[in-house]
Design a protein around this ligand. Structure first.
Ligand code: ADP
Ligand code: ASP
Ligand code: MG
Length: 452
């Protein structure tokens, strides 16, 4: 049994779904479970609908609903023509859009959207795409069966970024998905969406379909998880930032998860964890180039000093200066408890005799964090910073890579440096608007033939 997951661009239009069908067909002997994202751009459009409706711009919101309806129905018509599946799926899609329009109306009356109502709306993208893909597969002779992902992906109540309940998911996967696979069917589910114990719809956070695929794969002890996207695999840097980024054939789990959490959007940061526990290999392939060799993520990939770079902007730095307290027993614990209380995760930490600096990605709770931290010392905040991460399991085998990295940055200002405890990640804090330039300089240093 394998899990095959298709991202937004891989279900984005008729041609993409036709390619998906051929990829699934080529995997039938391996008993695939198909997980799909919403059609590319649909989740953004749905979130905009929720926000417009809540701000009372009902006409714009309904226009958004109708644009999505037209896109889905046109794609369904093109994919299904006169196939027997056409009528039923058109009715299901239409009913979902009617419900979406009613939700938008309700939000505009209420005048605000809660995380719960936003999830109810943004989850529709995967509900729609999974219905459409199921019908397209069965019209092409593949024994696909739609499974409502909210009946399998059981999560906490944290709307917008719900925590999967892995035992419940394992139980539901064994009860619902396994028998389907055993009788030769191909289950098709939406990624990203789930429900809490009461059956209320939740989502796993943006990009969460990868996470869904990995969770279902772990729940069923799949032989492999395949993430089908729009690039040839995991590359040495984000190809939108660095021209000439190269394909990585094999990468270690820990390296891939560091890259994902420092901005390599090709994988959701949590994807690897459920798979890694069970040693399930994860492959990344290009749905436009199914003959490609892709990237294999496993335990035992060769150890290289630098395997890839990642970068992100919009990072906030908090510095707490406390000459009196820093060395006192329990200070750091108290400091991190503040972040924990405000549900804010810390990415990079550096300490000196008199201060602690930490970076955060999510500044939603910044004001309250600053108030609480100021009980511990003088707090200063720097916004609009960026992080560049240099990742490689052999990074600390010699100091050469680190000195080359710093030399390559030349005149770029470095605000903070941190080597992860595991020694596989050197993070460099720069100005947010210099992340791309820093990535290009580092890439030229580590990945051009002359430098290799
Ligand atoms: P999907 O819709 O298939 O989930 P995403 O847009 O989430 O696709 O992720 C794929 C994108 O990730 C690529 O188009 C690429 O621009 C970006 N990306 C960022 N860093 C990397 C990297 N190191 N390797 C490959 N792709 C990357
Ligand atoms: N459709 C969701 C998003 O755009 C989840 C995903 O694609 O992974 O974030
Ligand atoms: Mg993605």
């Amino acid at each position: 049994m394998i899990v095959v997951k298709f991202g937004g661009t891989s279900v984005g239009d008729t041609a993409a779904i036709e390619r998906l069908a051929e990829i699934v067909r080529s995997r039938l002997a391996r008993r695939p479970i198909v997980v799909v994202s919403a059609m590319g751009g649909a989740t953004n459009a749905l979130i905009a609908i929720a926000e417009q409706a809540a701000e009372g711009q009902l006409i714009s919101a309904i226009r958004g609903v109708e644009a999505l309806r037209a896109r889905h129905l046109t794609t369904a018509e093109q994919l299904l023509g006169n196939a027997p599946q056409a009528r039923e799926v058109m009715e299901e899609l239409s009913a979902t859009f009617d419900e979406l329009a009613s939700l938008a109306e309700a939000l505009s009356v209420l005048g605000h959207a809660t995380p719960r109502s936003k999830d109810a709306i943004s989850a529709k993208g995967e509900m729609l795409s999974s219905l459409l893909v199921t019908a397209a597969l069965s019209a092409r002779g593949i024994p696909a069966e739609h499974v409502d992902a909210t009946t399998v992906m059981i999560t906490s109540d944290q709307f917008g970024k719900a925590e999967p309940r892995q035992e419940r998911i394992a139980e539901a996967s064994q009860r619902i998905l396994r028998p389907l696979v055993e009788r030769g069917a191909v289950p098709v589910l939406g990624g990203y969406i789930g429900s809490n114990e009461q059956g209320i719809v939740t989502t796993l956070g943006r990009g969460g379909s990868d996470y869904s695929a990995s969770l279902f794969g772990a729940a069923l002890g799949a032989e492999a998880i395949e993430i089908w996207t729009d690039v040839d695999g995991m590359l040495t840097a984000d190809p939108r930032v660095v021209q000439g980024a190269r394909l990585i054939d094999r990468i270690r789990f820990d390296e891939a998860s560091e890259l994902a959490s420092f901005g390599a959007k090709v994988l959701h940061p949590s994807t690897i964890t459920p798979a890694v526990r069970l040693g399930i290999p994860v492959y990344i392939y290009n749905s436009r180039n199914p003959a490609g060799t892709g990237t294999l993520i496993t335990f035992d990939a060769p150890k290289r000093p630098v395997v890839a770079l990642a970068g992100k902007q919009g990072v906030t730095v908090l510095r707490v200066r406390s000459p009196r307290m820093l060395l006192q027993h329990g200070f750091l614990r108290t400091l991190f408890e503040v972040f924990d209380r405000h549900r804010t995760s810390v990415d990079v930490v550096a300490t000196s005799e008199v201060s602690v600096s930490v970076t955060i990605d999510d500044a939603t709770h910044l004001d309250t964090l600053v108030v609480d931290l100021s009980h511990l010392g003088d707090v200063s905040v720097e916004r609009n910073r960026g992080i560049v991460a240099i990742v490689g399991a052999g990074l600390t085998d010699s100091s050469e890579s680190m000195s080359r990295a710093l030399a390559a940055l030349k005149s770029l200002r470095v605000h903070m440096l941190s080597l992860s405890a595991s020694g596989i990640n050197l993070t460099i804090l720069v100005d947010g608007d210099q992340v791309s330039e820093a990535m290009r300089r580092l890439h030229a240093e580590f990945f051009t033939d002359a430098a290799a």
